[in-house]
Design a binder for this molecule. Structure first.
Ligand code: 5BU
Length: 279
């Protein structure tokens, strides 16, 4: 199975430039941690990113929740991305027809395609959503993740829906680099008589990761980095509140310590996974 190889080896096989860069960054920084920065003030947003920057390969944003958004915030974010060497993932969860998502991705106040290396989409509209987003993202070397599963209790993205998402991804490997999911997806959705492709490799980025809580009381479900990386074979752990707690008055030294703690847990689980290959 391709995902059992090192991140560096896998980087060489991906054709999409953002997927390659992410895997190379993970290897170089020894971090499969993505911090999700879900705060509403620009000041807090930048302070968290500067604190966790050394420990992450990827920063995930919900740019539409920033109360005092001005485009200069994106320039500050890009400066931090260069300073700390991480990629940017806007968790936009597009879900409309091709023409509309192309406009939402390229335009408006956020102009997501101009700065986010990676974004994501619900497969619910069918393959046209990939086509629409690719028309904007591919010329900019961007990558797309499909939401094949969700971390929330009772999520509807499962079974045949997940299988169809994987089939859609397989037909667009230049742009679709993987999934937001809870498990690996290689070999999922094959028709009867179709043989699994041993070289198939999708990136699996997984939210719902926490070391100290099992849920948030609002449907979110947490599992440990070890469960995600070693138990389920995911590639990148996405952690938000487990690292920065409650927004407002945060202790930035604690945020830094927590990000190092999660980085170490994620990386050790990966090293264990590599070790398990020979057993
Ligand atoms: P948390 O604070 O670690 O619970 O934040 C998780 C983040 O991941 C948050 O930004 C969600 O929007 C995002 N997320 C998720 O939690 N579960 C999912 O299935 C998907 C995204 Br898709």
């Amino acid at each position: 199975m391709a995902y059992l190889n090192t991140y560096a080896d896998r980087a060489k096989k991906f054709i999409n430039p953002s997927a390659k860069l992410l895997l190379e960054t993970i290897e170089r920084k020894q971090s499969n941690l993505c911090v999700s920065v879900d705060v509403t003030s620009s000041k807090e947003f930048l302070a968290i990113i500067d604190a966790v920057g050394p420990y992450v390969s990827l920063i995930k944003t919900h740019i539409d929740i920033i109360d005092d958004f001005e485009f200069s915030l994106i320039h500050r974010l890009q400066e931090l991305s260069i300073k700390h060497n991480f990629l940017i993932f806007e968790d936009r969860k597009f879900a409309d027809i091709g023409n509309t998502v192309a406009l939402q991705y390229s335009s408006g106040v956020h102009r997501i395609a101009t700065w986010a290396h990676i974004t994501n989409a619900h497969p619910v509209p069918g393959p046209s959503i990939i086509k629409g987003l690719a028309s904007v993202g591919l010329p900019l070397n961007r990558g797309l993740l499909l939401l094949a599963e969700m971390s929330t209790a009772g999520a509807l993205a499962r079974g045949p829906y997940t299988e169809d998402a994987v089939r859609m991804a397989r037909d667009a490997r230049d742009f679709v680099i993987g999934f937001i999911a809870q498990h690996r997806m290689e070999g999922v959705g094959l028709c009867e008589g179709q043989n699994p492709d041993e070289a198939e490799d999708f990136l699996i980025l997984t939210p719902g990761v926490g070391l100290d809580a099992t849920n948030d009381g609002l449907g979110q479900q947490y599992r440990t980095p070890e469960d995600a990386i070693l138990g389920s074979g995911c590639d990148v752990i996405i952690v938000g509140r487990g690292i920065y707690g409650r927004p407002g008055n945060m202790d930035i030294d604690k945020v830094q310590r927590q990000s190092e703690r999660y980085r170490e847990a994620g990386w050790n689980a990966y090293l264990q996974r590599l070790k398990s290959r020979g057993e």
